[in-house]
Design a protein around this ligand. Structure first.
Ligand code: RB5
Length: 154
């Protein structure tokens, strides 16, 4: 498995912790930065990771900023991205099983190292369940592609 990871200046330490954790599990990690505490605007990291995921160059992405909100919002602007900000492992797991998320995000100012590790574990190990969830994810894609929901008369 190969994952991309990105963060802003608020999350360098947690990024390093999670990167080492993932590598320890034999996962290849592409680090798009930032690696310093100098101000680094989160949309840049969100965009870099999202592009790698959308292009299929990695199997998924991990994004971390202060809250996880801004960086996931930026990533979700790239077509094909389903990024979810999570503060708990249950949501992380369900976001893959039901929503087929391809990026997981969290906040370095919100959760601690151990919760972050549990979140990535649950997310990595979960599989998209398909079935009834398939058509719902397809509706999300329809909105993304057409800015409408014509298939539902919207
Ligand atoms: C940076 O101060 C902070 O705004 C950022 O890390 C993030 O929380 C934005 O959503």
């Amino acid at each position: 498995m190969k994952l991309a990871i990105g963060n802003d200046h608020a999350a360098v330490e947690l990024k390093n912790t999670i990167m080492e954790y993932l590598k320890g599990k034999g996962i290849e990690v592409v680090n798009v930065g930032t690696d310093t505490s100098e101000r680094f605007d989160y949309p840049i990291a969100g965009y870099r990771v999202a592009k790698l995921v959308a292009a299929g160059e990695v199997d998924g992405g991990v994004l971390i900023c202060g809250t996880g909100v801004g960086i996931s919002l930026a990533a979700n602007k790239v077509k094909g991205i389903r990024a979810c900000v999570c503060s708990d492992p249950y949501t992380a797991k369900l976001s893959k099983q039901h929503n087929n998320t391809n990026i997981i995000a969290f906040g370095a100012r919100v959760i601690g190292d151990e919760t972050a590790k549990m979140i990535v574990d649950e997310w990595i190990n979960a599989k998209f369940e398909g079935g009834r969830h398939e058509q719902r994810v397809a509706l999300i894609t329809e909105i993304e592609q057409t800015q409408a929901l014509a298939s539902r008369g919207e």
